[in-house]
Design a protein around this ligand. Structure first.
Ligand code: PGA
Length: 253
């Protein structure tokens, strides 16, 4: 996928409560996306997996919020990349901080990145520090997260991965504060440098997203000054009006 296209991803997390509400929300978003359709913006929504087969989508691509690393077998409760592929999923969020907080290590994340790509699903690899320190330790933390999470795939596959920079301190309704577009830009440059060390020119083709309290109010600033190719939106992706406005902003930025 070309980097000139903006990528707007909605992460619905464990919402909404019912399939009926999920279908209504999705329909409202996809109707608007069809109206404002633009080759300049790619839109992905990641609903809870149980709703995915019941959502019909044309202009909006479907993503999952997690994948299991093994292809099949005795793994109670898990969903494989081949199952997601069969259900029409083309993107999957991998290593979200809310999953890392419950034990997902870089090693597991690396296996998931590889599993997704093996079935032609684009992983949206989430990285981000929990806190910032004056001595810049968070740079080393981020470098470790990124390099270890990409360690199981050939260098030539790196441009197929979307990297989402999500500072944990800026995510969700308990966020300490919003990140600034300048902070996003600084980290996007840092990520590109790591990618370039890993695989030469790969960083030129790898898409980077900003996520963490990205809303209709700051989307323009992050998209124009944040040094990124798109956004990973949590709460505001459940609000059809706001989410489609973010898409409209991405179209004109
Ligand atoms: P938020 O979530 O936009 O609600 O902060 C972002 C995310 O966790 O992906």
């Amino acid at each position: 996928m070309s980097k000139s296209k903006k990528l707007i991803v909605g992460n619905w997390k464990m919402n909404p409560k019912t399939l009926a509400k999920a279908q209504t929300t999705f329909l409202l978003i996809s109707k608007k996306v069809t109206k404002i359709a633009s080759p300049k913006v790619q839109v992905v929504i990641c609903p809870p997996s149980i709703f995915i087969p019941k959502i019909i989508s044309k202009k909006v691509l479907l993503g999952a919020q997690n994948v299991f690393q093994e292809a099949e077998g005795a793994y109670t409760g898990e969903i494989s990349a081949s199952m997601l592929d069969d259900a029409g999923v083309s993107f999957v969020i991998v290593g979200h901080s809310e999953r890392r907080a419950r034990g997902e290590t870089n090693e597991i994340v690396a296996q998931k990145v590889k599993a997704a790509l093996s079935f032609g699903i684009t992983p949206i690899l989430c990285i981000g520090e929990a806190t910032r320190d004056d001595s810049g330790e968070y740079h080393a933390f981020l470098k470790k997260q990124l390099t270890e999470s990409l360690s199981l795939i050939p260098k030539t596959w790196i441009p197929k991965v979307v990297i989402a920079y999500e500072p944990v301190w800026a995510i969700g309704k308990n966020a300490i504060r919003e990140a600034t577009p300048e902070e996003s830009e600084e980290m996007a440059i840092f990520i590109k440098k790591i990618l370039s060390d890993l695989s030469g020119d790969a960083h030129k083709k790898t898409r980077i997203l900003y996520g963490g309290s990205a809303t209709v109010n700051n989307a323009e600033a992050f998209l124009s000054k944040g040094g990124v190719d798109g956004l990973l939106v949590g709460r505001d992706s459940l609000n059809p009006e706001n989410f489609t406005e973010i898409i409209a902003i991405a179209k004109r930025v």
